[in-house]
Design a protein around this ligand. Structure first.
Ligand code: ADP
Ligand code: MG
Length: 408
């Protein structure tokens, strides 16, 4: 059994947190309504010798920080969790530096048991205490959940804007999550003008921009807390709302984030900006396959040609890059066969033009769920089958550090 002390000024919070903890019979809970100084709770700590202390959101930052510092110096084995009212990366960083094992937004309180389990993974004493209160089957479930994945990563790319990258990335993600029932993560790496939040009508509470300030201690558990959940079951890492926030994100950040994400999912889909920047190159390097999107117009084909040449220079294997023709039935004089010839590459997917695309985007949904029988959805689902068939043992690409100039 793990003993937990919950401390706050507010009865409602204390009751709610207690209820959540007691829904798992591995915990015993002591509530402490500490209206005055948080430091007065120290006596309680001596008395109950808890494995875990949860500090509620009622106290000033300085008080909560002072408390964790004093408890961890006197009782180094006790884990402390701090609940805060709103996301503030500098507060979070201070809290983690001063000794909190985790910091949880009040909105995420429902996940508190999951967070405690994450802490317990690194804390043998706490783990023992919790496990003693659980039966064998529960443990097995937990282990399943902790399995390390070696996910397949696909990036959707084109140096031209408006060709349908985001449309394809979002539909692929939804199709994969719904059909395969596997863990799917979608990452919006169009850092300046990412619009997956808009496509899916999601509230970007946390974005990839917030990760940078806590980057030094970034691990799976922490990364998980930046995900926004989509109704399809997919987890989404959104791009910063303020374009300025993206300036601090480097290709090293991207590389580490993507490597971690791969261990957290069966499939990672990455949406990219229409540039071949250092950060985009980090994405392309890290991908198992690159879906190069072209449309049936000369500028788009020219861009695709230059991209293919660049990727060849970078030493990417021919097979790693797959060509997708979007709006493939557009009434233009170009023929798909001519495009294949010009690019010296087979088109693996033809996605027709259909106003279902803008329609579903405006509704915050996706074609594959709203109109699964349409030709458009069928082509996207076929593309998804291709993602499922990506070979498991990928070859690591050499990361070329050279700067590449691409004429647009
Ligand atoms: N196959 C298609 N048929 C009709 N409209 C499409 C199609 N693909 C994309 N669009 C539209 O084109 C616009 C740009 O798509 P988007 O995915 O944002 O492009 P990108 O991410 O490459 O800039 C969107 O408004 C979308 O509705
Ligand atoms: Mg886009």
């Amino acid at each position: 059994m793990a003993n937990v002390i919950i401390i706050d000024k507010n009865d409602k919070f204390l009751d709610l947190a207690e209820k959540l903890l007691l829904s798992d019979d591995s915990y015993t809970v002591v509530k402490s309504k500490t209206a005055e100084k948080l430091s007065l709770s120290k006596k309680l700590v001596e008395e109950h010798e808890p494995q875990l202390i949860i500090v509620g959101p009622s106290y000033k930052e300085s008080e909560s920080i002072g408390f964790v510092e004093s408890v961890s110096s006197n009782f180094p084995t006790i884990g402390l969790i701090w609940i805060i009212n709103e996301m503030d990366t500098s507060v979070m960083l201070n809290g983690l530096r001063s000794g909190y094992k985790d910091i949880v937004l009040i909105d995420d309180l429902d996940n508190i048991l999951g967070m405690i389990n994450n802490i317990a993974k690194k804390d043998v004493k706490l783990k023992d205490a919790i496990l003693n209160g659980k039966n064998q089957n529960d443990n097995k479930d937990d282990d399943d959940d902790n399995d390390n994945h070696d996910g397949k990563m696909v990036s959707v790319f084109s140096t031209k804007g408006g060709v349908g990258k985001t449309f394809i990335a979002t539909n692929l993600t939804v199709a994969l999550a719904k059909e395969s029932g596997k863990k799917v993560i979608l990452v919006d790496l169009d850092l300046n003008f990412g619009d997956i939040g808009v496509f899916f009508n999601l509230d970007p509470k946390r974005t990839i921009g917030d990760i940078v300030s806590t980057f030094d201690r970034l691990d799976k558990e922490m990364l998980q807390s930046y995900f926004t959940k989509h109704t399809s079951g997919a987890s989404i890492l959104l791009s910063p709302v303020q374009p300025e926030a993206s300036e601090k994100i480097t290709s090293e950040h991207i590389q580490k984030i993507l490597k971690l994400l791969r261990t957290m999912a069966d499939y990672v889909i990455v949406d990219t900006p229409p540039t071949l920047s250092d950060t985009t190159l980090a994405v392309l390097d890290e991908s198992d396959e690159i879906y190069l999107v072209a449309t049936m117009d000369i500028p788009s084909i020219k861009n695709a040609k230059v991209s293919l040449q660049t990727m060849k220079l970078l030493g990417y294997e021919e097979d790693k890059i797959k060509l997708i023709l979007n709006r493939s039935d557009s009434k233009v004089s170009l023929k798909p066969k001519e495009i294949e010839k010009t690019l010296n590459k087979k088109i693996i997917s033809f996605i027709p033009s259909d106003r279902l695309a803008p329609q579903t985007i405006n509704e915050g949904t996706s074609v594959v769920t709203a109109q699964p029988r349409s030709n458009m959805a069928k082509s996207l689902i076929k593309l998804m089958e291709g993602v499922k068939n990506i070979a498991g043992n990928r070859k690591q690409e050499k990361v070329l550090k050279e700067k590449v100039n691409v004429n647009k």
